[in-house]
Write a protein that binds this ligand. Structure first.
Ligand code: UFG
Length: 328
């Protein structure tokens, strides 16, 4: 038995690999290293540099390594980029995922864990969303992921494939033991950008829009710590191997923080009052998106351990300092 982790050299995937190893699993990483890093994969783990949409390659890996579960992280993940490059997103996130699912069916891999996103909901208002909220994504990114959810649902009806779809809210922070973190180049995610500004790696931070219908006019998001998110995947793997039925769950803390609040926490934790500029809205951004998380708790037994925005920011800062020190 082994778990194939696509995107295992990336931010969330690399945390998943660590947790799988901690749980005594055998792991094979498939990553094209377009945004991931070879060094993010621990020594001793098989890393195949390649395309998860390459059916012949994935078939070979499944057969060679006795894969019984696929955790599919590899994806393009930047909402505004999806607006300017929709076809790139539909190719990578949707069409290639179809190939991966087809290989799972053809080779008899029965367990599939898919990284979906809160972006499938679209503009939902400030109430926390449950999984049965109508889906109306407002970006190509959200639509590219939603189509994969549909493919999995249809495939599970027609074939012996069971899956867990996890809809991530805003993932942040780093491994509390300091073994992994977000190394993404040209990062666009708020907490990463803010800690870079605090460390002087950027001149400052732009807040994209302060005229949203939210309490302080800036967007509300539900920031989930990366190890807690990964824990939901470990729970999902156990659930699937125990014969669990297809399931789709939100992964978030059911708490919203505004962009302004996040910026203030980064300033407090870092002790640096970096420059902040008000800028126009960014395309594809919903005003507010906060999770209900009853389902992941009840069905997967998920219990978050790092629900603390100050600690999340401190982890992101510690990782960023480390990256900074490694670079010339
Ligand atoms: N923001 C800024 N300035 C920045 C960066 C971000 O104001 O420099 C704002 C954004 O406009 C948004 C909020 O901070 O209002 C969060 O933006 P991120 O880019 O950090 O994250 P997104 O909410 O756009 O997207 C993330 C993930 C998606 C996921 C989505 C779910 O990247 O995969 O959360 O809401 F779908």
């Amino acid at each position: 038995m082994a778990v194939l982790v696509t995107g295992g050299a990336g931010y969330i995937g690399s945390h998943m690999v660590l947790d799988l190893l901690d749980a005594g699993e055998t792991v094979v990483v498939l990553d094209d290293l377009s945004t991931g890093f070879r060094g993010a994969v621990p020594a001793g783990v098989t890393l195949i540099e390649g395309d998860f949409g390459d059916e012949a390659l994935v078939t070979r890996l499944v057969e060679q390594h006795g894969i019984d579960a696929i955790a599919h992280f590899a994806a393009k993940i930047v909402v505004p980029e999806s607006v300017s490059d929709p076809l790139g997103y539909y190719l990578n996130n949707t069409a290639k995922a179809r190939n991966l699912i087809a290989v799972a069916v053809a080779t008899g891999v029965r367990h599939f864990i898919f990284s979906s996103t809160a972006a499938v909901y679209g503009n939902v208002g400030s109430d926390a969303v449950s999984e049965d909220t109508p889906l109306a994504p407002v970006s190509p990114y959200g639509r590219s992921k939603l189509m994969v959810e549909w493919m999995l649902a249809d495939t599970a009806v027609a074939h012996d494939l069971r899956y867990v779809v996890l809809r991530y809210f805003n993932v942040a922070g780093a491994d509390p033991q300091g073994r992994a973190g977000q190394s993404t180049r040209d990062a666009t995610h708020l907490i990463k950008v803010a800690v870079q500004a605090a460390l002087g790696r950027r001149a400052g931070l732009n807040i994209f829009g302060n005229d949203y219908p939210t309490p302080d006019g800036t967007c509300l998001r539900d920031y989930i710590q990366v190890s807690d998110l990964v824990r939901a995947h470990i729970d999902a793997l156990r659930y699937l191997r125990a014969g669990g039925e297809p399931l789709t769950c939100n992964c978030g803390y059911a708490k919203g923080f505004s962009v302004r609040e996040v910026v203030d926490v980064v300033k407090t934790v870092s002790g640096v009052d970096f420059p902040v500029t008000m800028s126009p809205r960014r395309p594809g951004d919903p005003a507010a998106i906060v999770a209900r998380n009853d389902l992941v708790r009840e069905r997967l037994g998920w219990q978050p351990q790092h629900d603390d925005l100050h600690a999340i920011v401190a982890q992101a800062l510690a990782w960023e300092r480390r990256l900074h020190n490694q670079e010339p």
